[in-house]
Design a protein around this ligand. Structure first.
Ligand code: NIG
Ligand code: FE
Length: 400
């Protein structure tokens, strides 16, 4: 654990997400914060700030909790700019996937990359995320699809996080698509995953995820992988209802998944099922934006009382987007969340989606992960979507 103390003072607008304070965001005006040994120890009016040696004057800027991005595919090699062009000329994501492109082309590039190249590409993305205020990021495997390469992706993700003090939460997504060596035999691949790949990857991951959707893995196949993950200590989360109403929501609820992610195809009964469950809805507005498709029903999920989180889904196919401020802007401008809902979902919502009680809020006892915005109000994150959003990032009480 880091030692030493750091104070922030002259914070014009402090977003605490503290439910004991007023409003969704628990905003404190003219505030100060103290972080000791990486943990927030004091929050209050700047005028009352106790004497502290190391003080950052925020000069009236807004300060928010470090962003928690609960859904990324950060570790991959290559890009798919060619497919992006094809989509803009009229082909659909599913047509490209059915023709053997899509995820499978990134699997080929990722398997072929040296570990050094894969690590440096992943680290570059991680650095840009962190510079834009992300302090915790979930990273999925899923572009390896065999034992050697899935393990390598999880190791690369962990290495990128420790190189820059970015908290990486690893997820095993061996069931991302059926690899060429199992073409036409999804059940055989699921057997192999469950018997061979998952047991060796489980010690490197915290969660297990499956792309459960039309043309990818069925509900029964996804259930099998997620139950096997549970046996190996991995909590389930799920790519659900991205391409169709595939039954993913019901499976996520049945298994008590931490989150159901994407949710682009939702009927009222799916929203009702989520609102009766603990499962967090992780919405990824960068995907619909990049694919030029309608956004998920974020407004309706919020209004139904579902816990909503926002993520980048950073990946080379559907959302080559790295930064949470951009996602907040999309959630407001394209999905119809308020600036308060979007910011809460990008911080506390992300923490809850990852089961991390100690972050996503600025309260005594929480992790000292904070972002000094380059704005006097968090509203500017969406209001001025092309303005540089971040002045300073503080990770466990240290400036990064
Ligand atoms: O979250 N849906 C599955 N996986 C990614 C896409 C990955 C890719 O196209 O490479 C997603 O959208
Ligand atoms: Fe995804």
């Amino acid at each position: 654990m880091r030692s030493g103390s750091l104070a922030l003072t002259n914070i014009g607008q402090l977003v605490t997400n503290d439910p004991s304070r007023e409003g969704l965001l628990g905003v404190v005006a003219d505030a100060g914060v103290i972080v000791i040994d990486g943990i927030i120890s004091w929050v209050g009016a700047a005028a009352d700030l106790p004497e502290t040696p190391d003080v950052i004057d925020c000069d009236g800027a807004a300060v928010v909790p470090g962003f928690v991005d609960p859904h990324t595919h950060l570790a991959f090699a290559g890009d798919r700019a060619d497919e992006f062009g094809r989509r803009l000329r009229g082909e659909s994501y599913e047509e490209i996937m059915a023709a053997g492109g899509g995820i499978r082309s990134t699997v080929a590039a990722t398997r072929a990359a040296t570990t050094g190249d894969l690590t440096s590409a992943t680290l570059d993305r991680a650095r840009r995320m962190q510079a834009a205020g992300t302090t915790t990021v979930e990273v999925k495997s899923g572009y390896g699809l065999d034992l050697e390469h899935e393990k390598r992706l999880l190791a690369v993700a962990a290495a990128a996080g420790s190189a820059i003090a970015l908290d990486v939460v690893p997820t095993f997504l061996g069931a991302h698509t059926v690899p060429p060596e199992f073409a036409g035999d999804a059940d055989g691949f699921v057997d192999h995953l469950v018997e061979v790949v998952l047991p060796e990857c489980a010690p490197l991951a915290r969660f297990c995820d499956v792309f459960c959707d039309k043309g990818v893995f069925t509900v029964d196949q996804a259930r099998r992988v997620l139950l096997a993950g549970k046996e190996h200590g991995l909590l389930p989360r799920l790519h659900a209802n991205q391409l169709a109403r595939s039954g993913g929501v019901q499976l996520a609820v049945e298994l008590g998944a931490m989150s159901a992610d994407h949710l682009d195809h939702l009927a009222d009964e799916d929203i009702a099922a989520l609102s009766a469950a603990e499962t967090v809805a992780v919405l990824l507005p960068g995907v619909s934006f990049s694919l030029r498709l309608p956004q998920a029903r974020g407004r309706d999920l919020w209004d139904a009382g579902v816990t909503v989180a926002l993520g980048t889904d950073c990946n080379p196919g559907t959302s080559h987007i790295e930064t949470m401020p951009f996602v907040i802007a999309l959630a407001c401008l394209e999905m119809g969340l308020t600036p308060e809902e979007a910011l809460w979902s990008a911080t506390r919502g992300g923490a809850l989606a990852l089961g991390l009680e100690d972050r996503g809020h600025i309260i005594p006892g929480a992790r000292g992960d904070l972002v000094v915005l380059a704005h006097t109000s968090y509203v500017h994150l969406a209001y001025r979507p092309d303005a540089p959003p971040v002045a300073k990032v503080i990770k466990r009480g240290l400036r990064v």
